[in-house]
Design a protein around this ligand. Structure first.
Ligand code: OOB
Length: 541
């Protein structure tokens, strides 16, 4: 059975990262086993009225791993998982790691198009999904997936209304008939999802070694310990609440994860008060909602000590309001599922905390800021960010052509962000060159939506650009050239929905043009389109 292929780090780097103590040669489930040994009865996860101790989380995931092994699944197999913010997500994640099965954790907001794209790439033998999700309420989409991936032979559906299909049934002891083991630590453990800028979403292979290091280093920098009570309010499978330091950081430190169904104040504030939560992570658009709601809830946030904000640009004025309004410290986090994560440090002065997006977390993170020709720029100048290091991938999964320009010959990843690096190494994110919309932290690849719009029989040209939005930071606007003068935005939204595109990728606004403006080199002039819509918004406001 062959393991999941990926672009490895060259030998010299591998040796260096091992010698430096970054890569331990231990699988990610090691963190859980350590806690189950040293403090079995401590609460690891709180989810609604349920609580799971470390011993319970460890046992449930081992039982499920055994069940999977008994069913002939193990090393070399891959799984497609779609679960929301619930304890099962962690049990399933650790079970798959223990059994050596490599999962893709799709977001709960993902729809047919995204799941089909992931399934087509990883060819899963196992699907774990929820009947609560509209996609899996009936069997039509399951059949579609099986047609696409005939090797998909084990389907586990989480359904609280039907006891036979409760995932919990697989978390109870199974007869130990088959052996199971995680993949070797320097092999792929699971896939992260990229925001991407291309037609099909790219998958990010993360090894145990690199991911475990990024989590341990994050824990160190963010001061997580056994007293940490972390509210997971963002989608739990996303890299930020999973690993920066996120839930895995809490498990490394031996603290407690409290799951929230969504990041809204109405869900989160009562949970913070009830479980005396002291740290959480938000995207800037959620923070704005919290700042609005906080004055009406003076006591509920009393336990909060640290608020991490990242995923999208945080305006300085909003950043500065955090301590007063929420009674806690702010930490800015600028990260990417491909690897590199930057943090402002807990003892940074106001200038760094409010004006920068932090410093790379590892001494071995290599950062370059380059001009259009790829020349290195001196500190203080704005350019494109490139990076490599002990937890930054060397290539996307099975994408040789795309990798050829996403990575340079020395293995540096081109993140597509425009940054300024200060003399002291701190980064400021000032913009982006990748063709992406960052809608309140959710990333939309322009090309993916444009291709789908062009599939409409009456659309001849389409361009998706960002437009400013007070609540979300950015929203998306689709410029359309159509042969049918009566074609409406509402019909196009309906069309995209019928294709099965995730809701957050549906354009927020449509504009009709007779032709798209072009640049001198014959590309669609998106700068002009962005200016056009921004101006129109100022006029109408
Ligand atoms: C996080 O990861 P992704 O993969 O969803 O998105 C990465 C991209 C970055 O390349 C950048 O364009 C943007 O999101 N971004 C920020 C930012 N943090 C991320 N832009 C401005 N300011 C920030 N603070 O978003 C992610 C992964 C781990 C930790 C935190 C965020």
């Amino acid at each position: 059975m062959s393991l999941t292929p990926f672009s490895r780090w060259p030998e010299a780097f591998t040796e260096r990262y091992r010698e430096a103590g970054y890569w331990l040669g231990k699988p990610l489930n090691h963190m859980l086993e350590e806690q189950a040994r040293s403090q079995p009865d401590a609460i690891a996860v709180v989810c609604g009225s349920r609580q799971l101790s470390y011993a319970e989380l460890d046992a449930a995931s081992s039982h499920f791993a055994q069940w999977l092994a008994n069913h002939g699944l193990g090393q070399g197999d891959r799984a497609l998982v779609q679960l929301g913010n619930q304890a099962e997500l962690y049990i399933v994640f650790f079970a798959l790691l223990k059994a050596g099965i490599v999962p893709v954790n799709a977001l709960f907001s993902h729809n047919r198009i995204e799941l089909r794209a992931y399934a087509a790439q990883v060819r899963p033998r196992l699907l774990i999904a929820s009947r609560v999700h509209a996609l899996f309420a009936g069997d039509a989409f399951l059949e579609e997936l099986i047609e696409l991936v005939p090797e998909l032979d084990t389907l586990l559906l989480h359904d609280d209304d039907h006891p036979g299909q409760r995932l919990a049934n697989w978390f109870t002891p199974a007869p130990a008939t088959c052996a199971f083991a995680p993949t070797p630590a320097d092999e792929v453990a699971f896939f992260q999802l990229s925001g991407g800028s291309t037609g099909t979403p790219k998958l990010i292979p993360r090894t145990h070694d690199d991911y475990y290091y990024s989590v341990r280093r994050s824990v160190e920098l963010c001061g997580f310990d056994r007293q940490t009570r972390y509210l997971c309010a963002l989608p739990a499978a996303h890299n930020f609440p999973l690993s920066s330091p996120g839930a895995l950081g809490v498990f490394v430190a031996g603290g407690q994860v409290v799951l929230a169904p969504d990041p809204g104040p109405a869900s989160c504030f009562p949970l913070i008060a009830r479980h005396r939560v002291n740290v959480t992570a938000l995207v800037p658009s959620a923070l704005s909602m919290w700042l609005q709601a906080a004055p009406d809830h003076p006591d509920e946030l009393a336990s909060l000590r640290l608020l991490q904000v990242g995923g999208a640009r945080l305006p300085e004025a909003v950043a500065r309001r955090v301590p007063q309004a929420l009674g806690c410290r702010l930490q800015q986090v600028f990260g990417m599922a491909e690897g590199l994560v930057n943090y402002t440090r807990l003892d940074d002065d106001d200038e760094h905390t409010y004006l920068t997006q932090g410093l790379p977390m590892s001494p071995d993170d290599e950062v370059r800021v380059v001009d259009r020709q790829g020349n290195l720029l001196p500190a203080g100048q704005v350019g494109a960010l490139m990076t490599r290091g002990p937890y930054t991938i060397r290539g996307y999964f099975q994408s040789p052509e795309y990798n050829a320009h996403a990575f340079d010959a020395e293995g540096f990843y081109r993140s597509g962000d425009l940054v300024r690096q200060r003399e002291d190494g701190y980064l400021e994110v000032v913009g982006r060159i990748k063709d992406q919309i960052n809608r309140g932290g959710e990333k939309i690849a322009a090309e993916e939506v444009e291709n789908l719009l062009m599939a409409h029989p009456d659309v001849t040209q389409a361009a998706l650009v960002s437009m400013p939005d007070a609540a979300m930071g950015e929203k998306s606007c689709a410029f359309i050239v159509s042969r049918d003068p009566a074609l409406r935005g509402i019909a196009l939204r309906k069309f995209l929905r019928s294709l099965g595109l995730a809701d957050y990728k549906l354009p927020d606004r449509f504009e009709r043009l007779d032709a798209l403006p072009m640049t001198a080199v014959g590309k669609v002039d998106k700068n002009r389109l962005r200016h056009h819509i921004a101006e129109q918004l100022t006029v109408t406001e």
